[in-house]
Write a protein that binds this ligand. Sequence first.
Ligand SMILES: NC(=O)c1ccc[n+]([C@@H]2O[C@H](COP(=O)([O-])OP(=O)(O)OC[C@H]3O[C@@H](n4cnc5c(N)ncnc54)[C@H](O)[C@@H]3O)[C@@H](O)[C@H]2O)c1
Length: 370
Amino acid sequence: MPASLTVNLGERSYPIRFDLDLTDEVRQCVEQLTAAGRKVVVVTDRHVADTQKERLAAMFGATPVRLAPPGESSKSVPEFGRVLDFLAAEGLDRGGVLFALGGGVVGDLGGFAAASYLRGIDYYQVPTTLLAMVDSSVGGKTGINLRAGKNLAGAFHQPRGVFIATDFLRTLSEREFAAGAAEVIKYGLLGDAGLLAELESARLSAARADLPAIIRRCCAIKARIVEADEREEAKEGGRALLNLGHTFGHATPICTARRWRSGSAPPPGCRASSAIWARPRWPGWRRSWPPRPCRPGCACPFSCPRCWRRWAGTRRSGPVRPASSFLSRSARPWFAPGSPRPWSRLAGAKSARLTRRHVRNRRRHCPGVF
Ligand SMILES: NC(=O)c1ccc[n+]([C@@H]2O[C@H](COP(=O)([O-])OP(=O)(O)OC[C@H]3O[C@@H](n4cnc5c(N)ncnc54)[C@H](O)[C@@H]3O)[C@@H](O)[C@H]2O)c1
């Protein structure tokens, strides 16, 4: 029997279902919608469509599918336009329904298309990465990137339901799994010390039988936060807590020339911001940036609490300061345009070659910020 959780947002409330395999449930949902005369379409990416061919067919049958290229580049204005054109070409009216099957990229892209097409149609999230299961599929934040920066265009548009089937994770690469594991640990820090202790005793892996239960605990924390501050309007705490470590963390892929994924952002982000918060004159940066694995041979640098604590600068028994509010404030002066060469300091002046690469990457990816 699948476990369930409701995100309580009045008339926008919706259920999240958790199990190893939810193929039958998704198929039934599609059949019910179709029987009610509603046109259903799927948005996914090519990689997911290849690795999950049988499940895609079992869930959606002959439903029209839009295949986006895999990866962050799909969260772009041109791809967004192509998805909207696809919805129009399929003749969706306001009763149309979109299923976003994939990681956070497909969820954000498909969700934003659903929010915009005919001023909003219904959509369901079927996440296939750990990051999407514990974070991006819940809460209704949708969006795409602009040349000026990440997630700069988007909408709050809650899904009608979320189907979290952990069997999808069996084909996920270790790197992508690690990116999601970092988010799981983030939820431990935000509101579940017991979860942190459990993760420490047994490493998180796609084969763990209690994975759906762990994901459910993360979603429950996120649901509580979203219910209290759906549109991230609270001045203190609120939904901004979910950005724990992200202010600096989003620089991680740029700083490490994309060797590390943005999903791995929170731990080094926490570490760097703790350093700058404690000693704004920069010595902390030298030790905390660019991020490195916690110990030689650690395959997924941020997927164990030990790595996390190192980067987050926290101790298990010590208090954890909710970092997000002070992060942004303290980071801003250093990243403001015209501030004295923040990036070369950020790189710890490691070498001129590295610094040049950082500057190049920084200009390419965040021209508006840096
Ligand atoms: N909306 C939100 O609240 C929110 C929260 C956190 C992150 N995000 C966004 O999520 C995005 C990152 O999401 P992500 O880490 O899931 O990346 P992703 O969607 O790019 O997926 C990573 C890779 O894994 C592949 N993949 C997905 N599922 C697979 C599976 N089951 N088996 C094999 N391969 C699979 C994809 O094809 C892709 O190549 C970022 O753009 C971020 O901004 C959004």
